[in-house]
Design a protein around this ligand. Structure first.
Ligand SMILES: Nc1ncnc2c1ncn2[C@@H]1O[C@H](COP(=O)(O)OP(=O)(O)O)[C@@H](O)[C@H]1O
Ligand SMILES: [Mg+2]
Length: 466
C-alpha cells in the first residue's frame, strides 16, 4: 500500500473515551483524521468513516443508507453482541470494540483499505462484473451514458447492484470529481422528503429557524442519485419533474427559484409501469426519467457470476478481518451455485462475510435449504430474455435434462454451473490445475476427478451426436 498519501478518516464520536482512543491512534502521519458531528457527515471527503454507536443506531443507519463506496467502521465502547450484529446488518464493514489499543485500531483501518485498493481519488468499491452477455451490455450502456448528462433509470431487484451501477456511472462521468449525493426516497418520511430534497428558508414552517439547502443544491455541478424513486409521493413527483425540465426549483418558503446543474440518476426495484397504471406514479415523470434504462438481472439469471463473486467476497472479508483464506466445501459450493438468491448479491455477500467470521458451513447450508423450501419465496422470476437462458444449459438446445424430478434437475443444474466455472477457471489460469483448485476452493484431487467427469460427459455427448 502506498504510504505517500495519508489515509483520510472521518469520525463521528459521541464519548470522551472513544475520542481519546481514536485521536491517540490516528494522530500519526499515516492518517488524516477529521472529527465531525452527527449532523455534518455529508460531503466530508474520507476513505473510511468511523461511527461510534451507543444505543441508538439511527445515525448509523442513515449513514449506511446513503454512503456508497466509503467503508463504515463502527466503534463500540464495550462488547455488545446485539449492537455488533445490528451494526453489521445495517452495513458496517468493520467493528472496533474498546478498549482497543492504538495498533489494533490502525490495523483494522489499514486492513479495510487494503481490501479495497486505494487511489488518490475517491474510493470506489471493488466491482466484479462477469462476462454474462447482459452484464456486458450493461457495461457498454454505462460507458456510453456516463459521458452525457442524461437521466438514467436503474432497475432491478433489491441487492442486484443498483447502487454500484449508479456509482460507476458517476465515476466514469465528467462529474466524477464533483459531489455525488444520494437520497433514499423510501428511508425519509414523506413529509420530510420535500425539504430534504429542496431545502427551506427560515420561517418556512414551525421549527425552521435557519434556512437550509436541500440535496439538489448540495449536488450542484455533480450527480444526485434518487434511490427507490418509486416510493416518492405524487405531489413531490410534480416538483421533481419541474426541476428535471427546467433545472430550477424553489426552496420551501422561498419566493425565488434556484437554478442548479445536476445530473439525476434514479433507481427502483418496483414495477413503475404498474404504479403509473395505479395512479401512484406520474406518467410524464416516468417518461422523463426513463430516457435510458439499465436493467440489472437478478443473480439467479446470471449464475456464472456466483462462483467468482463468492471467491471475491471470501477474500475480501478474510482480508478485512485478518482471517485465513476461507473455502467452501464442494457440497456447499454446489448448493450455493444452485440456490435461488432472492436477496441477490447482498445476500451472497452477507453469507460469505458470516462464513469468514464465524464459519459454520453446515448451519449455513441448512438455512439455505430451508429458505429454498419455505421462503421467503424467491421473487417471481421475470421471463428470462433470450440471452439469459443460455446460462445453465451448456448442452445443445432441445436436450432437456433426463429426469423431471426436482432433485435431479437441481443436481444437474449444479453440475452444469460447476462445470462451467471449472472450465472458465482452468482457462483463466492456463490449465494450471493446482492454481485452479486453489481458486475454486477445492482440493487438487477433487478437481482432477471433476475434470475426468467433464471428459466423460464430453465423450458421451460426442457419442450421442455421432
Ligand atoms: N458487481 C458487483 N461486484 C461486487 N460487489 C457487488 C456487485 N454488485 C453488488 N455488489 C455488492 O452487493 C451489495 C448490494 O449491492 P447494491 O448496489 O447496494 O444493490 P441494490 O442497490 O440493487 O440493492 C453491496 O454490498 C455491493 O457492494
Ligand atoms: Mg440500493
Amino acid at each position: 500500500m502506498s504510504q505517500t498519501l495519508p489515509i483520510r478518516v472521518a469520525a463521528i464520536l459521541a464519548s470522551q473515551a472513544a475520542s481519546a482512543a481514536i485521536q491517540h491512534a490516528l494522530l500519526a502521519p499515516e492518517f488524516a483524521l477529521t472529527l465531525i458531528d452527527s449532523d455534518h457527515w455529508r460531503g466530508v471527503p474520507a476513505e473510511a468513516l468511523l461511527v461510534e454507536v451507543e444505543d441508538d443506531l439511527a445515525v448509523l443507519r442513515s449513514i449506511c443508507d446513503e454512503v456508497t463506496g466509503t467503508p463504515i467502521v463502527v466503534l463500540l465502547r464495550a462488547a455488545r453482541a446485539d449492537l455488533a450484529f445490528a451494526a453489521s446488518k445495517a452495513g458496517a464493514k468493520e467493528l472496533i470494540t474498546l478498549p482497543a489499543g492504538p495498533d489494533e485500531i490502525r490495523q483494522s483501518l489499514r486492513g479495510l483499505l487494503t481490501a479495497q485498493p486505494r487511489t488518490p481519488e475517491r474510493q470506489g468499491l471493488p466491482v466484479l462484473f462477469g462476462n454474462h452477455p447482459r452484464m456486458s451490455e450493461i457495461r457498454d450502456t454505462i460507458s456510453k451514458v456516463a459521458t452525457t448528462s442524461a437521466t438514467v433509470l436503474i432497475r432491478g431487484e433489491s441487492g442486484v447492484g443498483k447502487d454500484i451501477v449508479a456509482r460507476m456511472i458517476y465515476e466514469q462521468s465528467r462529474r466524477s470529481g464533483k459531489p455525488f449525493v444520494k437520497v433514499n426516497c423510501a428511508a425519509i418520511p414523506d413529509d420530510l422528503l420535500e425539504s430534504e430534497l429542496f431545502g427551506y428558508e427560515a420561517g418556512a414552517f414551525t421549527g425552521a429557524t435557519r434556512s437550509k439547502p436541500g440535496r439538489f443544491e448540495m449536488a450542484h455541478t455533480g450527480t444526485l442519485f434518487l434511490d427507490e424513486i418509486g416510493e416518492m409521493q405524487p405531489a413531490l413527483q410534480a416538483k421533481l419533474l419541474h426541476v428535471l425540465q427546467d433545472g430550477a426549483f424553489s426552496r420551501l418558503g422561498a419566493k425565488q427559484d434556484v437554478a442548479v446543474d445536476v445530473r439525476v440518476l434514479c433507481a427502483t426495484n418496483k414495477l413503475l409501469e404498474q404504479r403509473v397504471t395505479e395512479g401512484l406514479f406520474r406518467e410524464d415523470l416516468f417518461y422523463r426519467i426513463n430516457v435510458v434504462t439499465v436493467h440489472i438481472p437478478p443473480l439467479r439469471e446470471r449464475r456464472d457470476e456466483i462462483g467468482p463473486l463468492i471467491r471475491h467476497f471470501l477474500d475480501k472479508y478474510a482480508a478485512i478481518y485478518g482471517r485465513e483464506q476461507a473455502f467452501f466445501s464442494q457440497e456447499a459450493m454446489a448448493a450455493l451455485l444452485t440456490y435461488s438468491w432472492p436477496g441477490n448479491i447482498r445476500e451472497l455477500e452477507n453469507l460469505c462475510k458470516r462464513f469468514v467470521i464465524v464459519g459454520g458451513e453446515t448451519q449455513i447450508l441448512r438455512e439455505l435449504t430451508s429458505r429454498n423450501q419455505h421462503g421467503p419465496a424467491a421473487p417471481v422470476p421475470a421471463p428470462p430474455p433470450p440471452a439469459a437462458s443460455a446460462v445453465l444449459l451448456s448442452e445443445p438446445a432441445g436436450r432437456q435434462p433426463a429426469g423431471t424430478n426436482l432433485l435431479e434437475v437441481g443436481k444437474r443444474a449444479a453440475w452444469q454451473a460447476e462445470r462451467r466455472l471449472i472450465l472458465e477457471t482452468l482457462e483463466a489460469v492456463r490449465w494450471n490445475r493446482k492454481v485452479a483448485a486453489q481458486r475454486l476452493g477445492i482440493s487438487y484431487r477433487s478437481l482432477r476427478s471433476k475434470i475426468e467427469q467433464i471428459d466423460r460427459d464430453e465423450a458421451a455427448k460426442r457419442h450421442l451426436i455421432a
